[in-house]
Design a protein around this ligand. Structure first.
Ligand SMILES: C[S@@+](CC[C@H](N)C(=O)[O-])C[C@H]1O[C@@H](n2cnc3c(N)ncnc32)[C@H](O)[C@@H]1O
Length: 275
């Protein structure tokens, strides 16, 4: 953290390991249609001045950079992981993306101009943030009058699996507690409309997205990468215990072998506000 930073220290719980880089890439493939659809609806194109918050490995940053290029279009991105920033610099090199600027550090510390952006976009970032209001106020200030703030995030409580697993409720509650331990909220999406209004934005649209998958599908693999891949971390939070976590692992493996199993993804919401 910079000296004098206004950012309260919080751990970004998923980190930036090689496992997480691969997980983000796969996840982005599963949800690409959602984000492209959002940009299509808003009419994002050449000449737009945009900011992406928390681009991670750049799965949206690069296509968005291509969309806005030309006619003075510009894309800024603020990212706090030095490892992701190095990764993004490598990915941007040699593509002629001179209109893209990376801002290193936390969103609350970023030097954002007032009334600067046509679009500010964040996918899977707000669920981690403590003090969401403060972040929204900052972003609302940086929007041009008429500009859009578009957030894609979870209403995570809606995730479900069939057949029902006895330990599922422990998993879902412990996962929520893991995020809450750093001030985050896995169900942040539903709170956004009210918080947008408080930040002086009017709600432009709210669009839900959900996916279902059977064992062997991309949706199944994506959720397995998260719930099983991070089980050791989630298992540290109540009401999980080591015994319950071991039980969940066995139940998951049994469900995976059952060709009639079905997983229903957590709901994602596009929540778009306008200044
Ligand atoms: C789950 S990843 C999502 C990455 C990307 N948006 C995507 O859709 O694949 C969350 C990203 O937000 C970044 N991040 C989290 N809190 C942040 C903050 N306060 N300021 C800037 N970046 C932040 C993390 O470092 C990480 O790159």
């Amino acid at each position: 953290m910079r000296p004098g930073s206004r950012v309260a220290k919080y751990e970004y719980i998923l980190g930036d390991s090689s496992y997480e880089v691969r997980r983000l890439a796969f996840q982005a493939g599963v949800w690409r249609d959602m984000t492209e659809g959002l940009f299509d609806r808003l009419g994002v194109g050449p000449g737009w001045k945009c900011l992406e918050v928390g681009p991670g490995t750049g799965t949206v940053l690069l296509p968005l950079a291509a969309r806005v290029r030309g006619r003075g279009g510009r894309l800024d991105a603020v990212e706090r992981s030095p490892r992701y920033l190095a990764y993004l610099r490598r990915k941007l090199r040699g593509r002629g993306f001179d209109h893209v600027r990376l801002l290193a550090g936390d969103l609350l510390d970023a030097p954002l101009e007032k009334n600067a952006y046509d679009l500010i976009f964040a996918r899977w970032v707000f669920l981690f943030l403590p003090r969401v209001e403060e972040h929204l106020a900052r972003l609302a200030r940086a929007l041009k009058p008429g500009g859009f703030l578009a957030i894609e995030d979870y209403h995570r409580d809606s995730v479900a699996i069939y057949p029902r697993l006895p330990s599922w409720r422990y998993l879902v509650t412990a996962d929520r507690a893991w995020f809450a331990s750093q001030g985050g909220d896995l169900n942040v999406a539903g709170r956004l409309p009210k918080l947008f209004r408080r930040a002086g934005l009017r709600v432009h649209e709210i669009v839900p997205h959900v996916k279902v998958g059977r064992p062997g599908s991309d949706v199944w693999k994506w959720l397995e990468d998260y719930f099983v891949g991070y089980l050791d971390r989630i298992a540290k939070f109540p009401p999980f215990t080591p015994a319950r976590a071991a039980c969940f692992r066995r139940e998951w493996l049994a469900a995976k072998r059952d060709r009639d199993s079905l997983i229903i993804s957590p709901m994602m919401l596009d929540v778009v506000g306008r200044k």
